[in-house]
Design a protein around this ligand. Structure first.
Ligand code: ZN
Length: 261
């Protein structure tokens, strides 16, 4: 596959492909979030039901061109669409930038895109889709002996350690405060990150995600945008930590472990 483009062109071609793929992933996320029929939802305005023309479905460009509004009823279209498209493109670019045109790049891309779709669904519906997280977890474990990555036993240990630890925290929260602090969907996503990154990488990804989530929550709290103890989707922060460790774990891991006393 290296011969398809010059090696330096791969990240940019991947980014362009990611823009188009992002449009499809939005549709998938919308369907998993339990909206209307996903194909219809993407191809028609959710407010007035007007069918969108092909040029209104061009990733990013259409949103900017139409000012983020439906051309017919002027209803505001969700910012999640251009966000999903831009993040998919950025993810594809980053994976091929980091790993070159290799099998590793494709596998990292698959992992990061599963995280991205789970994050988008969580933002839309406050749920992490089992139908995506669980098969991804199973695939990561089954193929771990042959994939570049931690190998089978570290993958299994990572899934059990991260998933089990988060599950324990979720149960503790519930029995102690009657709080739904951590959803079971977050636990499954944590297990997936553990399986893909191993116990150490997965733990660091979880720590990074939790820290990012906490900072974001405190910032919203300080700005008066959320109430104390209101729930935020956690999957976007987990996804951020997972993607960071997947793409930059080789220097981020030692850095974080070095800072740890
Ligand atoms: Zn409309």
């Amino acid at each position: 596959m290296t011969g398809l483009f010059p090696a330096g062109a791969w990240p940019w071609m991947a980014g362009l492909g990611g823009l188009i793929l992002g449009s499809f992933l939005n549709t998938l996320a919308l369907g998993l979030a339990g909206g209307a029929s996903p194909w219809r939802a993407r191809s028609a305005c959710p407010a007035c039901g007007h069918r969108l023309a092909w040029f209104e479905l061009v990733p990013l460009v259409s949103h900017a061109f139409l000012g983020g509004r439906c051309r017919y009823c002027r209803a505001r279209l969700s910012l999640l669409y251009p966000l999903g498209e831009a993040l998919t493109a950025l993810t594809a670019l980053a994976c091929f930038w980091r790993f070159g045109p290799t099998l590793e790049a494709w596998i990292a891309l698959a992992f990061c895109l599963v995280l991205l779709v789970c994050a988008l669904v969580d933002i839309k519906s406050m749920l992490v889709p089992d139908s995506l997280a669980l098969p991804a977890l199973a695939l990561a474990l089954i193929f771990s002996p042959w994939l570049p990555g931690p190998g089978f036993w570290p993958a299994l240990a990572g899934a059990m350690f991260i998933g089990g630890g988060m599950w324990g925290v979720a149960l503790l929260f519930r029995s102690w405060r009657g709080l739904e602090g951590l959803g079971l969907g977050d636990v499954k996503l944590g297990a997936l990150m553990g399986a893909f990154l191993g116990p150490v990488g997965g733990g660091l990804a979880l720590g990074l995600g939790a820290a990012a989530g906490l900072v974001f929550y405190l910032a919203l709290l300080a700005a008066g945008r959320v109430a104390w103890r209101s729930r935020l989707p956690f999957a976007p922060f987990l996804a951020l930590g997972g993607a960071a460790m997947c793409l930059a774990g080789d220097w981020l891991g030692p850095l974080l472990l070095g800072v740890w006393p």
